[in-house]
Design a protein around this ligand. Structure first.
Ligand code: ADP
Ligand code: MG
Length: 250
């Protein structure tokens, strides 16, 4: 099996509290892998361990077959691991196309040259426009990012992450705070991303999870309770017990 991202016996303790409890996760290359579990299960902590924002108490993080446990965040990004960040102020006043073009320039090592308009790098503009098309954002290419609906802003954050040409994209509740009317479209755009990007997604909306994921891991109290296909998870009594009272349907 070809794994894009793995953890081996990952443990994170905060004082005496075990937030990540012996997690060995295998995310297949090209997968749409969802991480679910009740509030406080340790989902965000796990993402923070994967990116290098947090250091594990013990265990390993393996990216495309390489042990990256000792690597800093930016070194993991260079090796193909991307996560989304909220649009920073720098981008708020730029158009969508210029923002994404800047991020492409960054990857190409061109950086921002203040004496040169962003749009003068033709190749980067082409690549940025292609990314916007993939995410169905071309119609807002010339709008300022700050003027966009929240759901679209989240998509731009994803476009900025994708500009780094990652092999793995981590999404921690991308639809959080997005009105329901926009979240379906947001997820359709995410689902539309090319399969050469492996996606590990945290999402609490089960409807969205079951539409999107081909593999699901259920985290409870820091440990993996069970994992498998959406069908397996939906019919798993252990999972039903965890989500008692919440509707799970495929
Ligand atoms: P989830 O994302 O699944 O809701 P989190 O990973 O945010 O869960 O949190 C898991 C548990 O770890 C929670 O009980 C939380 O209070 C605790 N926790 C998270 N970060 C810290 C921290 N920096 N210090 C102490 N406890 C933390
Ligand atoms: Mg969380």
């Amino acid at each position: 099996m070809n794994y894009a991202l793995q953890t081996r016996n990952l443990v994170k303790k905060f004082g005496g509290f075990v937030a990540t409890n012996d997690v060995s996760l295998n995310v297949e290359a090209g997968a749409r892998h969802a991480l679910i579990g009740p509030n406080g299960a340790g989902k965000t902590t796990l993402i923070n361990l994967l990116t290098g924002f947090l250091e594990p108490t013990s265990g390993e993080v393996i990216l495309n077959g390489t042990n990256v446990t000792q690597l800093a965040q930016h070194q993991r990004v260079k090796r193909g691991l991307a996560r989304t960040f909220q649009i920073n102020r720098l981008f708020a006043d730029l158009t969508v196309l210029d923002s994404v073009t800047m991020a492409v320039n960054e990857r190409l090592g061109l950086g921002a040259r203040f004496w040169k308009p962003v749009a003068s790098y033709a190749e980067a503009v082409d690549e940025a426009a292609h990314l916007l098309a993939t995410l169905r954002l071309l119609d807002v290419a010339h709008e300022k990012t700050r003027n966009l609906a929240y759901g679209k802003q989240r998509l731009i954050e994803i476009a900025l992450a994708l500009a780094a040409k990652p092999s793995v994209l981590l999404l921690d509740e991308p639809a959080a705070g997005v009105p329901t009317s926009e979240s379906r479209e947001l997820f359709e755009s995410i689902a539309n991303l090319p399969r050469d990007v492996t996606i590990l997604l945290i999402e609490h909306d089960m409807d969205l999870v079951f539409r999107f994921a081909d593999q699901i891991s259920v985290l409870v109290s820091g440990a993996v309770l069970t994992e498998g296909t959406p069908e397996f998870i939906a019919n798993n009594p252990k999972v039903k017990e965890v989500y008692l009272g919440e509707a799970i349907s495929v």
